[in-house]
Ligand binder design. Structure first.
Ligand SMILES: [Zn+2]
Length: 295
């Protein structure tokens, strides 16, 4: 991942974070290889102090910084302190690395023959390890793991504790003096976060079908088309529309082009249904009848 990519992943998963100094270009790349990266390694710093940014950024005598990529404070906020090769993993067991790559159960670590600093992202959690980390730290650890695994298409099998790696004397992340957390249980939680915590995909946009254009009423052709003896397409049009509007009961056959008493009766019924009477309901359509019938 590039610095821009990890920032995007942190945002995507809602991981609380802050940037420290020039973390994007702060690395040990001038001292050794960086990548390909195969997993995330979890550490405790061994200290309960409240601000460990400078320690992780600068390092200590004999172990120059950055000492990790992610510092994780007691409130659950990630502090980005470096990017690239960092001094956190030391030498470990190649069998463990193979298992991480294959995302298979982690074997017993009994060798220190492989450079871990080029192969792992590292998160240093700000606590002594002699007591459990805070709930906030654990929640953020799960989110951070999910954010990284999501980017690389990894599963929880790509997250290990430093104590599983093969560096002699390491037992982080701890929950009591000298005792490492049950990393299989941690991975189980991370698995749940990966599947559940993954932000929902963009909702599928449903394209609203364009509203059907309202048929515009045809222009009234003129009264002369609807007189006894008249025969034309407008009579057919009128009758067809009357059937559509529920006056089909008048037509035993048709409607057709011949103006008949049946057409007149149907028109008259329609006009009356409009509340009209007298010459407005004489069965001969005028512009008002036409307009109302086709609207
Ligand atoms: Zn460690």
């Amino acid at each position: 991942m590039t610095p821009a990519q990890i920032l995007a992943q942190l945002k995507k998963f809602g991981v609380p974070f802050k940037e420290y100094r020039d973390w994007k270009t702060h690395s040990r790349n001038h001292k050794g290889a960086w990548g390909p990266v195969h997993g995330l390694m979890v550490h405790h710093t061994g200290s309960d102090s409240k601000d460990q940014r400078s320690l992780l950024y600068n390092g200590i005598a004999g172990l120059p910084g950055p000492l990790c990529h992610f510092g994780l404070d007691q409130e659950g906020v990630i502090h980005l302190v470096g990017w690239g090769r960092a001094n956190h993993a030391g030498a470990g067991d190649d069998d463990v690395l193979d298992a991480v790559i294959a995302e298979k159960p982690i074997p017993k670590d009994d060798e220190s023959n492989t450079d871990g600093n080029s192969r792992f992202y590292g998160v240093e959690i700000w606590y002594s390890g002699s007591h459990p980390m805070t709930d906030e730290q654990y929640a953020t650890l799960r989110l951070l793991s999910a954010a990284i695994c999501d980017f690389h298409n990894w599963n929880e099998g790509s997250v290990i504790g430093h104590g599983e790696w093969g560096s002699p004397g390491k037992w982080d992340p701890g929950y009591a003096s000298g005792k490492m957390m049950d990393m299989d249980a941690v991975r189980k939680d991370i698995k749940a976060t990966i599947s559940k915590g993954k932000p929902a995909a963009e909702p599928v946009k449903v394209t609203k079908p364009a509203p059907k254009p309202k048929p515009t009423a045809p222009a009234f052709p003129g009264r002369s088309y609807f007189r006894p003896g008249a025969r034309n397409k407008y009579v057919t049009q009128l009758g067809t529309q009357l059937v559509k509007r529920g006056y089909g009961r008048f037509y035993r056959v048709g409607p057709g082009p011949q103006w008949t008493a049946v057409d007149r009766a149907a028109v008259k019924a329609f006009q009356r249904a409009q509340g009209w009477s007298g010459s407005d309901a004489d069965g001969y359509p005028g512009p008002q009848t036409w307009k109302r019938l086709f609207s």
